[in-house]
Design a protein around this ligand. Structure first.
Ligand SMILES: [Zn+2]
Ligand SMILES: [Zn+2]
Length: 442
């Protein structure tokens, strides 16, 4: 951050004057003399970068190595460029770095740097990714165009069975006429005068009373540093280098996939000249299901059983599974067992499939016993018979005083505590908890 100055004649000079720095001697970092040649700088850089690469040192030294590696990278970047080297020699690090620490301006991934260094990618010079100016866009130009991330909602049925989805997509592809050049075959691009061919400009952005230096992409040339005059522009893409193309894409959702899983269509993102195309990445979102709840590979559902069935047993389809199969079961397994409300029947191997495996999770069925409603009008004789057949009541409760009371047969627990100014709100909060507790403890 920089104190606001009224002198706007030259932002870069102001930057150089204003920045306070922790001085780092770049020659020392590379272990070379002030008079080193470009060749010596390059060799020293290779040596130092290899020696300080965090993957090449013991774990305890990794953090220090990482800092040193970045410093080496930055030292090379500045000293190998003649113009930057001269600025450094006259003004020091202050001319380059707003943070005061070498290499902390968010450069590219270490492995990327190494791949470019030693992967035979066209030598040491002109490394993308390491513009020495504070956070220049060159420093951020990635080797891969950005991924397109999006959510994809999936029904539980589709996660159970697996599904192939096709859809039409529009994406930018490199222009087939100019191969991404943007201009006619023999035309040459003109250097952008707005940014002097750099592709970016230094600006000072006001943040409160401070001015913060930042680098913006040149709007005249869109960061290319050059452009074609209107008559030289490619006819097909009109100089944009890419054209829109419709494409049918297909994704496969494997059976057993779950919320948060990613499905990647490699290289299907928009194409950008000079970069590998990024991926389209779908993040699966599981839709709520009216019948089944899922936890990992297990499924939970509620089955309705009549009171008569709970008492006398049944042998029937109790639920339709996610693939449409009827799930049939017989209760009880041995005669004489009664189903209780909230009892759980666990069906092994009928849960969700597990990806790339032949096993499945389990299905948990919670029993809901449907008691007869008003439509059931048994005769007095039937009720007498039932009473005689069913287990006898507990022994009577003895008390010294007994009051016979009237009551509302349709009481509502929402009213519980509601006449009390303080108690009412407390009940509201507990309502949900109370309900689930009721279901599970019965
Ligand atoms: Zn074109
Ligand atoms: Zn420009």
């Amino acid at each position: 951050m920089f104190l606001l100055q009224s002198d706007k004649s030259c932002p870069l000079t102001n930057l150089i004057k204003l920045v306070s720095q922790v001085e780092v001697d770049l020659y020392e970092v590379l272990e070379i003399t002030q008079g080193a040649t470009k060749d010596e700088i390059r060799k020293a850089y290779r040596k130092a970068a290899l020696a300080s690469h965090p993957d090449k040192v013991p774990e305890g030294e990794r953090e220090a190595a990482e800092i040193r590696f970045k410093a080496v990278q930055e030292a090379y970047d500045i000293l190998y460029d003649e113009e930057k080297r001269q600025i450094y020699d006259t003004h020091g690090m202050g001319a380059f770095n707003g943070s005061g620490e070498p290499g902390m301006s968010g450069g590219p991934d270490l492995d990327d740097i190494l791949a470019q260094m030693f992967g035979g990618m066209g030598g040491m010079g002109g490394m993308p990714g390491m513009g020495g100016m504070p956070g220049g866009p060159r420093a951020q130009r990635p080797r891969k165009s950005p991924n397109e991330e999006q959510k994809y909602e999936v029904k539980l049925e589709d996660l159970y069975k697996g599904k192939t989805v096709k859809f039409a997509s529009t994406k930018n592809v490199i222009c087939s006429l100019c191969q991404g050049k943007g201009g006619k075959e023999r035309a040459t691009a003109k250097k952008c005068s707005t940014c002097d061919g750099q592709g970016f400009k230094q600006v000072l952005t006001r943040m409160g009373q401070f001015l913060t230096p930042s680098t913006v992409v040149c709007s005249t040339c869109n960061g290319d540093g050059q452009f074609f005059s209107p008559k030289d522009k490619c006819k097909k893409c009109k100089g944009k280098k890419t054209t829109e193309e419709k494409k049918i894409l297909e994704i496969y959702i494997p059976r057993g996939a779950r919320e948060g899983d990613k499905i990647v269509l490699e290289g299907e993102a928009d194409q950008v000249p000079g970069q590998e195309p990024g991926d389209i990445v779908f993040h699966l979102v599981e839709e709520d299901h009216p019948t089944f709840k899922r936890a990992g590979a297990d499924l939970l559902a509620t089955i309705d059983v009549t009171l008569a069935e709970a008492l006398t047993g049944f042998h029937r389809v109790v639920i339709k599974h996610l693939d449409g199969r009827g799930i049939e079961l017989q209760y009880p397994k041995t005669p004489g067992q009664v189903l209780s409300p909230g009892q759980v029947l666990k069906v092994s191997g009928e849960g969700m499939p597990i990806k790339r495996a032949d096993v499945r999770g389990d299905l948990y069925l919670t029993v809901n016993i449907r008691f007869p409603d008003e439509k059931w009008q048994p005769s007095a004789e039937i009720l007498e018979n039932l009473k005689a057949m069913l287990p006898k009541p507990d022994p009577p409760i003895h008390a010294d005083t007994v009051d016979e009371v009237d009551y509302d047969p349709k009481g509502n627990l929402d009213d519980f505590g509601s006449q009390d100014a303080q108690g009412g709100s407390a009940w509201e909060d507990e309502e949900e908890e109370g309900e689930t507790a009721q279901c599970t403890t019965q």
